[in-house]
Design a protein around this ligand. Structure first.
Ligand code: SAM
Length: 227
């Protein structure tokens, strides 16, 4: 049974896609997509040997070797031009790592039309990269599962420039408009966390460093959205 988090990522993979799931671990996501005939072919990319072997085992166990290939590689290096990958999924990592993976080798994204990303923290830096690289966010979801809140971002390649306001980058352009219960709960928690951090910095009498200023700017944005 696939988690709701990964099922949500999978729901944005177009029917017939050729997908590369980077940081795939057990290959649960691409295996599910292959088993349900949602994709025509896929790669489960893994940088670590243990997870790569998990992916290989899962693919063999499910008899999916014709539809899926596990590859031991760092980030997008798992993708070769001949694979004709059109969709990349990256889930369950921090936003800065997802951004690093996307930025490290942009040539590997030639031909990729859609990115489906699930950063578990630091979503804003992912949205910033998407806009700077002409990927427009076309859908977003926020969901709470087992006490954790997850955001899923679907972005498509466009030929025109893309830009997001500071609010859109932090909260997500779609999530901001939707203001779901999960969204409001998440940002209420984040506000308290930032306020605690600022209090601690002020008590420690640190001079107004970039860190403190950034926290105060974030608080202002969150208060604006929750108002
Ligand atoms: N994507 C799965 C999910 O969402 O359930 C697994 C997430 S797991 C927490 C993160 C995985 O990403 C780990 O298996 C790790 O080895 C892999 N990973 C981290 N950095 C990577 C990189 N640069 N290239 C490929 N895989 C990477």
């Amino acid at each position: 049974q696939l988690s709701r988090r990964l099922a949500t990522v999978g729901s944005f993979v177009r029917s017939g896609a050729r997908v590369a799931d980077i940081g795939s671990d057990h290959a649960y996501l691409p295996a599910h997509l292959a088993l349900t005939n949602q994709i025509s072919w896929g790669i489960a990319g893994e940088v670590a040997r243990g997870p790569f072997e998990n992916a290989q085992r899962e693919i063999t166990r499910l008899g999916l070797s014709a539809q899926l290939e596990a590859r031991l590689a760092d980030g997008l290096a798992a993708i070769q031009p001949a694979d004709r990958i059109d969709t990349v999924t990256i889930a369950g990592m921090g936003g800065p790592l997802i951004r690093h993976i996307l930025a490290a080798d942009p040539r590997r994204l030639t031909g990729v039309q859609r990115l489906v990303l699930e950063p578990n923290v630091g979503e804003a830096t992912v949205r910033e990269w998407l806009a700077a690289n002409r990927f427009a966010i076309t859908a977003e979801r926020i969901l709470t599962e087992d006490g954790h809140t997850y955001e899923v971002i679907c972005a498509d390649r466009v030929s025109t420039p893309v830009s997001y306001s500071a609010e859109e980058q932090l909260f997500g352009p779609y999530l901001l408009r939707e203001r779901s219960a999960s969204f409001l709960a998440k940002w209420t928690r984040e506000l308290q966390r930032e306020q605690r951090a600022v209090t601690q910095m002020q008590r420690a009498k640190v001079s107004p460093t970039a860190h403190l200023k950034a926290a105060m700017a974030k608080i202002k944005l969150i208060e604006g959205v929750l108002a």
